[in-house]
Write a protein that binds this ligand. Structure first.
Ligand SMILES: CC(C)(COP(=O)(O)OP(=O)(O)OC[C@H]1O[C@@H](n2cnc3c(N)ncnc32)[C@H](O)[C@@H]1OP(=O)(O)O)[C@@H](O)C(=O)NCCC(=O)NCCS
Length: 160
C-alpha cells in the first residue's frame, strides 16, 4: 500500500467499517513505518488487472510480536479466498519480521473473519470487553504461534 492507494482504500474502509473507520491520518501514520530497513509495518493492497483495489491488510511488528492491524476485502470479493491471500502475505512478513507470535482482535459477532483466522491456526485466548465503540461490542483476541522455520541441517537430512 502506498499513499496514492489511500482514496480507494478509504472508500472501502468506510464501506466495511462504517462505525469505526480509520481516518486518512491513521493510514498515513502506519505507512510512515512501512518502508526502509527499519520498517515495523507491512501494508499490502490487492488489485485487479484494471488497477481497482479489491482489498488491503496491515501488520505491525515489534519485539517478536506481530499484530494484524487490519484486513479487508471488497464485499463482492467475499468468499473468493482474497482474505486468505491477504492474511498469507501478512504471515509471511511476520516470519520475516522474526515474530514468535501474531495477535489480532476481532468482533465477537464477526464469524466470517473468525473462521478465516481459525483456518490459519489462530486460537482464541480471551476477550476485550467493549473494545469496539460505538456499540460497546467485545473483541475476541486470537493468537497464532509462528512455527520456527526448519534449519538447513534438518531439510538436508537426506544428504542431498
Ligand atoms: C474478513 C474478510 C477479510 C474475509 O475475506 P474473504 O475474501 O471473504 O475470505 P476468504 O474467502 O478467504 O474466507 C472467508 C471465510 O469465511 C467463510 N464464510 C463464507 N461465507 C460466510 C458467511 N456468510 N458467514 C460466515 N463465514 C462465511 C468462508 O467459508 C471462509 O472460511 P473457510 O475457509 O473456513 O470456509 C472479509 O469478509 C471482509 O473484508 N470483511 C469486512 C471487514 C472485516 O470484518 N475485517 C476483519 C476485521 S477483524
Amino acid at each position: 500500500m502506498r499513499w496514492w492507494d489511500l482514496v480507494p482504500v478509504l472508500e472501502l474502509e468506510h464501506d466495511l467499517f462504517p462505525e469505526d473507520a480509520w481516518s486518512e491520518g491513521m493510514f498515513w501514520s502506519e505507512l510512515a513505518h512501512a518502508r526502509g530497513p527499519r520498517a515495523t509495518r507491512r501494508y499490502v493492497v490487492a488489485e485487479d488487472a484494471d488497477g481497482r483495489i479489491l482489498g488491503y491488510a496491515g501488520l505491525a511488528a515489534a519485539g517478536g510480536l506481530g499484530d494484524v492491524q487490519t484486513i479487508a476485502a471488497a464485499r463482492d470479493q467475499w468468499g473468493t479466498g482474497l482474505g486468505a491471500r491477504l492474511l498469507t502475505d501478512l504471515l509471511q512478513h511476520a516470519t520475516a519480521f522474526e515474530c514468535d507470535e501474531v495477535l489480532l482482535e476481532v468482533r465477537v459477532d464477526n464469524t466470517r473473519a473468525q473462521k478465516l483466522y481459525e483456518r490459519f491456526g489462530f486460537e482464541p485466548i480471551g476477550f476485550r470487553r467493549g473494545y469496539y465503540q460505538p456499540g460497546n461490542v467485545d473483541a475476541l483476541v486470537m493468537r497464532l504461534t509462528v512455527q520456527a522455520t526448519e534449519t538447513e541441517t534438518e531439510t538436508d537430512s537426506d544428504g542431498c
